[in-house]
Write a protein that binds this ligand. Structure first.
Ligand code: XMP
Length: 517
């Protein structure tokens, strides 16, 4: 396995995902980890990530000295290269010229890392590579024992190596897809230079997790809050495979789910897979708790708090249960670790419904804790969950509670469910569902005039939203075809009795958010 030391680059998670895609397990540790933590991890190789700081200042992070004393290969990327060079006796300079974007590098000096990896061959016999650069500082003097292995116009020293000690460093970013040969370079490092084997795949992950869960919980009973979302669904399928009847799921039907969603969850998990699922029909409790509440954050608090309360009640009835299973995934772990150490660049502003009951006596089992979302999806498919469920758009924890603007009422939720189902159904039918990242309908509790037959009538408004995004931090509205929007509008107004107007949301994020509340 490989250890990645994080110096705060926005690409650190990408490095980890690339390494895992190659089939090698890796984890991310903070760059200020202790020598013991680094040694105890037992890595076959270490990668030093990029980062926003400059090594020309003395109070910026350095790699723990032991990294260069363990006798294992090390790859420095960007800031990781600069700190490696500086720590081993080379020199780094700041420059006012920031190099950002595509660059072409010449691979020189026949290093094991870059040998025969190229996008073009140059007349002089160098391999040429198209790479992605993002740096201000640069290495200007090599440390003793190092040779130059790559250079570009903007960075004459774009890659260095000490092949006796298996130290390599690159100024560009092999982890981003813009560096076309990046996957091969990382593969060369972890498989050939570090000697890792590509054993990390869905099958092995399932087998390992099953063994780990069995060992951990023994013959104890386990409970799981099942929402129907990808993470909790995969945990349910995995635990069922691992411990069968020892698993009980609690599914809280808040009344704020999509059309037929509650029945679908039960059909899938209880009927089809034979998992014990307790369905709690809590619609009325939610409606009562939300009556008269207009403020979105207050609604979120009520919805989240009530979930914990109900889950707690159900858990209390299962007196044998000793373990609480959760669908925590690796990005959650990295983010909360980052938040604790003050190094978070990205602090999650949303929390899923389902915080932990405060006075919890149950122990935690989190079988997806080490996995990225794409790995969780692969696992889900391998475990036999339907592709539609695994690749469904994200759905916010508070559900329709934040898609009905202002006060939540049953009548509004019913109208919204129908409109949303028409929209989503047509997206699938027109092969557009997977071309957008998230799509849904929003209920606006205002009445606008319409003409039906001979009379005027005043009915509610539905807004349709579809966005394209990679990370949900920024998004653009999806340019759905006019004919398609026309069909949606006509179907909703004709079929949903109570809606007289449909609008399409053409706001980007920022400044708008994806949800309306
Ligand atoms: P915004 O509206 O902030 O949404 O642009 C970004 C992503 O987060 C989802 N979202 C939530 N998810 N609880 C959640 O679990 C929430 O309260 C919540 N609010 C927004 C939203 O659907 C989108 O995918």
């Amino acid at each position: 396995k490989i250890l990645i030391l994080d110096f705060g680059s926005q690409y650190t998670q990408l490095i980890a995902r690339r390494i895992r895609e190659i089939g090698v397990y890796c984890e991310i540790y903070s760059c200020d980890s202790s020598a013991d933590e680094v040694k105890n991890f037992g890595a076959k190789g270490i990668i030093l990530s990029g980062g926003p700081e400059t090594v020309t200042s003395n109070d910026t992070p350095r790699a723990p000295a032991c990294v260069f004393e363990l006798g294992i290969p090390v790859l420095g990327i960007c800031y990781g290269m600069q700190t490696m060079a500086e720590q081993l006796g080379g020199r780094v300079e700041s420059s006012d010229h920031r190099e950002f974007g595509y660059a072409q590098i010449r691979a020189r000096g026949h290093s094991k890392l870059l040998l025969n990896i190229e996008d073009h061959a140059s007349p002089e016999g160098y391999g040429l590579l198209d790479v992605w650069m993002s740096h201000g500082d640069r290495v200007v003097e090599l440390p003793a024992g190092f040779k130059l292995i790559a250079s570009s116009d903007g960075a004459p020293i774009a890659g260095i190596a000490d092949e006796d000690r298996h130290f390599y460093a690159l100024q560009f970013h092999p982890e981003v897809t813009h560096t076309k040969q990046g996957g091969r370079i990382l593969g060369r490092f972890v498989l050939e230079i570090c000697g890792c084997q590509a054993l990390w795949n869905a099958n092995n992950i399932i087998e390992d997790s099953i063994a780990a869960v069995r060992e951990k919980v023994g013959s104890d009973q386990v409970i799981l809050g099942l929402s129907g979302g990808v993470d909790s669904s995969v945990v349910a399928a995995l635990l069922h495979k691992a411990i069968g009847e020892q698993l009980t799921c609690v599914f809280v039907d808040t009344g704020l789910l999509r059309l037929h969603e509650g029945d679908q969850v039960m059909a899938m998990f209880a009927q089809h897979m034979g998992i014990k699922v307790i369905r709690v029909d809590a619609e009325q409790r939610y409606l009562d708790a939300l009556a008269g509440v207009n403020d979105p954050e207050a609604k979120r608090k009520i919805i989240g708090g009530l979930f914990v309360e109900i889950f707690d009640e159900e858990a209390g009835k299962l007196t044998d249960a000793k373990w609480l299973a959760q669908g925590t995934i690796y990005p959650d772990v990295i983010e909360s670790a980052g938040a604790k150490s003050g190094k978070a660049h990205l602090i999650k502003s949303h929390h899923n419904v389902g915080g932990l009951p405060e006075n919890m006596t149950l122990k935690l089992v989190e079988p997806l804790r080490e996995l990225f979302k794409d790995e969780v999806r692969k696992l889900g498919l391998e475990l036999g969950l339907p592709a539609d469920m695994i690749h469904r758009h994200p759905f916010p924890g508070p559900g329709l509670g934040v898609r009905i603007l202002g006060e939540v009422k049953k009548q509004y939720a019913d109208l919204l469910r129908q409109a949303d189902a028409i929209f989503i159904g047509e997206l699938y039918r027109h092969d557009l569902y997977h071309k957008v990242s998230q799509a849904f309908a929003v209920f606006l509790p205002v009445k606008s005039v319409g003409v039906m037959g001979d009379g005027r009538k005043y009915d509610y408004v539905i807004a349709i939203r579809a966005v394209e995004t990679i990370d949900f931090m920024t998004a653009r509205w999806a340019h759905l075809p006019y004919d398609f929007l026309d069909l949606i509008s006509r179907r909703i107004i004709n079929e949903v009795n109570g809606i007289s107007r449909v609008t399409y949301d053409i706001s980007g994020k920022p400044p708008a958010t994806i949800e309306w509340e």
